[in-house]
Design a protein around this ligand. Structure first.
Ligand SMILES: Cc1cc2nc3c(=O)[nH]c(=O)nc-3n(C[C@H](O)[C@H](O)[C@H](O)COP(=O)(O)OP(=O)(O)OC[C@H]3O[C@@H](n4cnc5c(N)ncnc54)[C@H](O)[C@@H]3O)c2cc1C
Length: 458
């Protein structure tokens, strides 16, 4: 039945629990809280380092500024203003991150880590600004700075609580569609602008310290410029990558394959990268991220879209050949070439898409163990394509694992040699990914050698 494919059977366990997305979010949340910091690979801690770097720089600037102009400054005010300037700097950094600029993405090691940084920054800024309010000595009466400052604090804290709602225990209280959630983010620049206005109206110590003026308002101006750029230049940027939809085909009842030909120059992508796409002939003008499942040398793009929500389900009916698509990207650092030597590729369901691109680019002499877990044989929609590639890549050992007949996959049954020298790439549902990571670390695979990208950017 599987000619051309060396197929290994994994031991039968319990079937994968395909329960609701909320459960997976719960688990992911619990795991992220429960993982001790020393077990998190350094690459995943970049958002923490970036935040700590901003705070340390603020301490350094305050120390230098106070040394150059020693005061006397009331210590309570200095502490309160250290907090407010920290919040302003963090929020301004977030505006810069929102540009999705390529050099920043490279520094963070992927757009998903930039989004993690953005989320962490928002949370910390809300906490710091609240502390600022508590610490700051209050002047009597309703001075103008209070008219701006109080609403800014309330709006910032509310916006952050709502923004993190999809991953929080209070998500059921705030059932936000992704697009509504995204609209909320469009106001973050307004919050920074009102934070600056409040600061200028409050006659802070910062204004009396030239170094601090340049540092704090300089970074805020940079953040606001980035915000204006993102809000106004986005359509113009998207004009650059116009593609034409080829013949969309159902490779499975709920998976639509969409080929795209460039109208002018093609984007240069690496295997495993994704792009944001807006289909002019789609059900709405929403922009969604999809992995580019075509190889970089093919000159065209291909997306394989699973009906997993409103938009992706409607797209399956609405999209027609010949309509236009606008591409933003490519993004992402999920690239097998970043890791040397033997590799294990673990795909789950639609998570096979980056590996389809990997297969077009993998070196002939690279040893790869590739396991694709699907619910049933009918869901192995790219098996023919994988088989054809494997015929040319004898060093790739492939396993199709069907959970309806074989149960939950157990990596111990793969008999992995020298796990400490193995690099692993995982793409699939969060629950499966977390289970694999636990099994891999138990088997002795180094945590820093396990690579994955978040399939959810909020
Ligand atoms: C890096 C990356 C690569 C992806 N690659 C693929 C792929 O190759 N094939 C595939 O089928 N799916 C892929 N996805 C998932 C796909 O983007 C979502 O399934 C799709 O956006 C869901 O939209 P919806 O309105 O149908 O579903 P909804 O039920 O509205 O949304 C489901 C979840 O998808 C996310 N989402 C929704 N809308 C957007 C949006 N406009 N932008 C970003 N995230 C959104 C949110 O986390 C939301 O909670 C990828 C996601 C990411 C982040």
């Amino acid at each position: 039945m599987f000619e051309g494919v060396r197929r290994t059977r994994l031991r039968i366990g319990r079937g994968i629990d395909n329960s609701a997305r909320t459960y997976r979010q719960d688990r992911a949340l619990l795991l992220s809280v429960a993982t001790p910091i020393w077990r998190i690979p350094l690459a995943r801690l970049r958002p923490v380092f970036a935040l700590a770097g901003t705070l340390v720089l603020n301490v350094v600037f305050w120390t230098m500024a106070l040394t150059l102009a020693p005061g006397p400054w009331p210590p309570q005010r200095v502490i309160a203003e250290f907090l407010s300037t920290s919040a302003l700097l963090i929020m301004s950094t977030n505006l810069v991150l929102s540009t999705r600029a390529a050099p920043l993405e490279a520094a963070f090691g992927g757009l998903d880590k930039m989004f993690t940084s953005h989320r962490l920054n928002g949370l910390v800024a809300a906490a710091v600004v609240t502390t600022h309010y508590l610490v700051m000595p209050k002047s009597p009466g309703w001075v103008p700075s209070k008219f701006v400052g109080y609403p800014t604090i309330i709006l910032l804290v509310t916006a952050v609580l709502v923004a993190i709602a999809p991953r929080s225990p209070w998500r059921r209280l705030v059932p936000l569609r992704y697009q509504d959630w995204k609209i909320l983010h469009r106001f973050q620049g307004v919050l920074v602008a009102s934070g600056v206005t409040h600061s200028l109206l409050a006659h802070p110590i910062v204004l009396a310290l030239p170094l601090m003026r340049v540092w704090v308002y300089g970074v805020a101006a940079l953040g606001l410029a980035a915000y204006v750029f993102r809000e106004t230049a986005e359509p113009a940027l998207l004009q650059r990558h116009r593609y034409r939809v080829g013949e969309p085909a159902h490779v499975a009842p709920d998976v639509l394959e969409i080929p795209l030909e460039p109208e002018k120059a093609a984007i240069a992508h690496r295997p495993g990268q994704f792009a944001f796409v807006r289909f002019e002939g789609g059900p709405t003008r929403e922009q969604h991220p999809f992995t580019i499942s075509a190889g970089p040398a093919e000159g065209r793009l291909r997306f394989s879209v699973k009906a997993s929500g409103d938009y992706t389900t409607a797209l399956q009916q609405h999209l027609v050949a010949g309509s236009q698509a606008r591409i933003e990207g490519p993004y992402g650092g999920f690239d097998f070439r970043m890791a040397p030597g033997r590799q294990l590729w673990l795909a789950g369901g639609i998570g096979v898409t980056p590996f389809l691109a990997f297969l077009t680019s993998v070196e002939e002499d690279r040893d790869v163990r590739f396991v694709w877990t699907v619910h049933s044989r009918a869901g192995a929609f790219y098996l023919d394509e994988i088989e054809r590639t494997l015929a040319l890549r004898p060093r790739i050992e492939f396993t199709l694992h069907t959970t309806d007949t074989e149960g939950r996959p157990r990596l111990v049954d793969l008999g992995l040699r020298e796990p400490e020298n193995l690099s692993v790439f995982i793409c699939g549902p969060v629950q499966m990914r977390d289970a694999f990571i636990r099994q891999l670390t138990d088997l002795g695979v180094r945590r820093g050698r396990i690579h994955y990208e978040e399939f959810s950017l909020r």
